[in-house]
Design a binder for this molecule. Structure first.
Ligand code: SF4
Ligand code: SF4
Length: 359
């Protein structure tokens, strides 16, 4: 891996060059928060941001997406044929994605790219995307990425990692995709032999600012049934407060559930998939009307058991969370995954208690 120096003016000039080669997506300020948006011609990403309100999940996995169109109109030349609508699969680059959000794509890939099923919508978007990450020098107090398998300087799922160095950015080129993008942008100034050491020093400084952590070392050893049945110790106090607003799941980069619906217009229509949330009362309703998760306790248990136990047991590769802290910051009733995780990790079925009992 090599490191190059990109001055601010070179970054701007390079992005202008890239406009003709790919679609650029970056953080844009709206009111008092930032969101990832496709950049207009000449528009620059705002890299002075801390983190976006919503994650970059929608870049690969839009909140609503047409899967295919159909028609039963005999006058339609596409009668009885399912067809995928035209989609923009042209190359695009996400400029300034945080390492936790890039790591979240790796987590989601375990769901969208399995031996049995390869999700064409997610995968084609993923393949078309180059990830230019921005190291996090000033993590939020709610971030706990270092104990969730990621880190403020993690480049594990990036093509390029940018590190702010006053004069612009040190850029670690991680993959061939990143190399190609840097060449197209004209970024090629060798940063010198001290560059890696400077990045490591900045990383250590950033990691030392992270005050939050979750304990996950015992989750795999815990009995699934014991955790599921820990109602009074874990699920009742958390479920009591939850108002099932779904904010946590919509903001989360690693929540991947969707609902499939047909929208028909006369004799033709589209099949859509829309983000859904296990926190909604209708999420698990069966066609019979029976709802196996008809209480708030059942729904909150599902969210945390999925992220912190079912995922752990199924993949044996960490938790389904990258520690971005969004759900902690945005939950209107202060339900905190760090507290729930520490409770699950420390739960003792003999005494029906956890080491942590409250926030
Ligand atoms: S954001 Fe909080 S209140 Fe809303 S569904 Fe999630 S845990 Fe419940
Ligand atoms: S569960 Fe919360 S902290 Fe973890 S990735 Fe999702 S939003 Fe971020």
């Amino acid at each position: 891996m090599k490191v190059i120096q990109i001055k601010q003016s070179e970054l701007d000039a390079g992005l202008e060059k890239l406009e003709s080669a790919c679609r650029l997506i970056g953080p844009v300020k709206e009111k008092n928060y930032h969101l990832f948006k496709t950049l207009e011609s000449g528009q620059k990403p705002d890299l002075e941001y801390i983190n976006t309100r919503l994650s970059a999940k929608s870049v690969l996995y839009p909140q609503s997406e047409v899967m295919f169109e159909f028609s039963l109109d005999k006058n339609d030349e596409q009668y009885a044929v399912l067809r995928e609508p035209e989609k923009d699969r042209t190359p695009r680059a996400v400029i300034g994605i945080r390492p936790c959000d890039a790591d979240a794509y790796k987590v989601c890939r375990r769901n969208f790219d399995t031996e049995e099923y390869q999700d064409p919508y997610w995968l084609k978007n993923y393949e078309a995307t180059t990830l230019v990450g921005l190291a996090c020098s000033n993590p939020c107090p709610t971030c706990f990425c270092t104990s969730a398998g990621s880190g403020p300087f993690s480049d594990k799922n990036l093509d390029i990692l940018l590190v702010d160095n006053n004069d612009g950015y040190l850029a670690r080129i991680v993959t061939d995709k990143g190399e190609k993008l840097a060449a197209s942008a004209g970024w090629n100034t060798d940063a010198g032999s001290d560059a890696e050491a400077a990045i490591e020093k900045s990383r250590d400084q950033a990691e030392s600012k992270i005050r939050s952590a979750v304990a996950t070392d015992n989750l795999e050893k815990q009995s699934l049934i014991d955790l599921y049945e820990a109602e009074s110790a874990i699920w009742e106090p958390e479920g009591f407060a939850c108002i099932n607003c779904g904010t946590c799941t919509y903001a989360c980069p690693t929540c991947w559930c969707f609902d499939v619906q047909d929208e028909t217009y006369g004799k033709s229509g589209v099949r859509m998939r829309n983000w859904d949330s296990c926190m909604y009362p209708l999420f698990s309703v069966h066609a019979s009307g029976h709802n196996p998760r008809d209480t708030k306790i059942a729904r909150i248990r599902q969210r945390f058991m999925h992220k912190l136990k079912y995922y752990v047991d199924k993949y044996e590769k960490g938790i389904q969370c990258t520690g971005c802290g969004r759900c902690v910051r945005l939950c209107p009733v202060s339900i905190d995954i760090r507290r729930v995780c520490n409770k699950m990790n420390s739960y003792n079925p003999e005494t029906c208690s956890c080491e942590i009992t409250s926030g």
